[in-house]
Design a protein around this ligand. Structure first.
Ligand code: AMP
Ligand code: ZN
Length: 465
């Protein structure tokens, strides 16, 4: 499989440390608010990567952290803690906020058919591992104490900017923070491993440590959680592109300093989802969530398909117009698949070239758009219905669009009654205006939600299938 590696900035043949096994780490959500659909683009594409690796026969173990402490509002080391500001906004404790938004995150993942990682570790449960790692970095001379905090000393490294592609703007974060805001740092790129002093001293969660009562920096959590759960050699580390610098750069610095050898082979970064105002971001406040899409009548899997139609290494611009087009295509696709019968014998030899075409697309740095084309090719092919269903079922092990389940993710119950009635009214209006295309699209959408419509002498009746 060819995979683009940010380390080296080229497409490379994927060869894990240990044959047949893949250790994969994913930066988890910062749980101070709902995940927006931009965050979820990243998790959808990481899910696709994991499922494709499993499809190819790899034994994958995937770990993810939950950032419930230590993520400051600047990607440098300044600003108020995001968790604390979330708690203040909602008049709750940090732990209440963390629990609520962690559950909400996994609910969204379920609706989008995103598999849960094998290992999930909230940062607040791993403080001992962070302390052990920081202690070792101090002993090895890679860290120093200043002004009450512990810092990583980037001048000890042969090379710090390992990805080599940071934009001027990204680099400026480090420069600005160190020069204007943190006089304790010896070098502009140094970063905090453990805080006991910060301008924002009302941090709710603090722990005893050899360096005083305090809390961890953000970057240390992913290194420590990965090494604790996946060992000293990591095959793939994933995240959105904004994580490449400084977060992942700092992770590499501290992990390799701690371990004394190279750590992670492949860095997988998903480009951003943008809207008309630019990058979708939680801190901007008004952002799109899965629940909002559902309220507007979209099946969450339509958003998954929207993501799969673009390459993960290209920025993706969201608009409702494009989502509507995908909704129509998805409803049609699911409708065509539902119409396939189970009849016929499956001739594996006949099916093989279609599986090969799918794998070829996916093994070319996850060309999901091409993989979807190969799905349409199956529908058009000279194959019997049973063969088509078999192939679609195979492809859907990776695509996870619930193609054989009428488009219902594990969660979908079709939406609430008012929403369904509104769609039915819209369909009736379209029929009155002889707008058959719209009427059919709505019927397909309702079918995809498992809603059965019956035209009776008394009018239209509906029920959940
Ligand atoms: P956060 O919850 O802010 O820690 O982010 C969770 C994940 O979403 C990280 O991997 C981020 O890099 C990623 N992310 C943040 N914003 C976007 C966006 N607009 N598009 C795609 N991924 C994003
Ligand atoms: Zn991380």
């Amino acid at each position: 499989m060819q995979l683009y590696n940010t380390l080296g900035q080229t497409k490379q043949e994927f060869i894990p440390y240990e044959q047949g096994k893949v250790k994969m780490y994913t930066c988890g959500p910062t749980v101070y608010h709902y995940a927006h659909i931009g965050n979820l683009r990243t998790y959808i594409m990481e899910d696709i990567l994991e499922k494709q690796l499993r499809f190819l026969g790899y034994d994958v173990t995937r770990a993810m952290n939950i950032t419930d402490v230590g993520h400051l509002s600047s990607d440098g080391d300044t600003g108020e803690d995001k968790m604390l500001s979330g708690a203040k906004r909602e008049h709750k404790t940090v732990l209440e906020i963390a629990k609520f938004y962690t559950d909400a995150f996994f609910d969204d993942c379920k609706k989008l058919n995103i598999k849960k990682p094998d290992i999930i570790e909230p940062a607040t449960g791993c403080i001992d591992s962070f302390i052990e790692m920081i202690d070792e970095l101090l002993k090895k001379g890679y860290a120093y104490q200043a002004g009450g905090n512990v810092y990583f000393d980037t001048s000890r490294l042969e090379s710090y900017y390992v990805f080599g592609n940071q934009s001027e703007e990204d680099l400026a974060v480090g420069v600005r923070d160190s020069v204007e805001e943190d006089g304790n740092k010896r070098n502009k790129a140094d970063f905090v491993l453990w805080f006991t002093k910060s301008k924002f001293d009302d941090q709710e969660l603090k722990w005893e440590s050899p360096w005083g009562y305090g809390y961890p920096g953000w970057h240390i959590e992913c290194s420590a959680i990965s090494i604790k759960n996946l060992g000293e050699h990591l095959d793939i580390h994933c995240g959105g592109i904004d994580n490449a610098f400084p977060h992942h750069t700092n992770e590499i610095a501290q992990s390799e300093a701690y371990l004394g050898h190279p750590w992670c082979k492949y860095w997988f970064h998903v480009l951003h989802l943008n809207d008309a105002r630019g990058k979708m971001s939680k801190s901007k406040g008004d952002f799109l969530t899965v629940s909002l899409l559902e309220e507007k009548g979209y099946n969450p899997l339509v958003y998954r398909m929207f993501c799969l139609q673009s390459h993960y290494r290209k920025p993706l611009t969201f608009s409702f117009e494009s989502l509507d087009n995908v909704a129509k295509a998805y409803a049609k696709l699911v409708g065509r698949i539902s119409a396939l019968s189970d009849s016929g014998d499956i001739d594996e030899e006949k099916c093989r070239p279609y599986l090969d075409a799918f794998n070829e697309a996916m093994s070319n740095d996850l060309n999901t758009a091409q993989a979807i084309t190969s799905l349409y090719d199956v529908l058009k092919a000279d194959l019997n219905d049973a063969e088509k269903r078999y192939l679609i079922g195979e492809f859907d092990k990776v695509l996870s669009l619930s193609l054989l389940d009428g488009g219902n993710s594990a969660q979908s119950d079709g939406g609430d009654d008012a929403e369904i009635e509104e769609l039915i009214a819209k369909r009736a209006q379209a029929r009155k205006e002889k707008d058959w295309a719209t009427a059919d699209a709505i019927r397909n959408e309702l079918n995809a939600r498992n809603i059965v419509i019956e035209d009776t002498p008394e009018g239209i009746k509906w029920r959940r299938a």
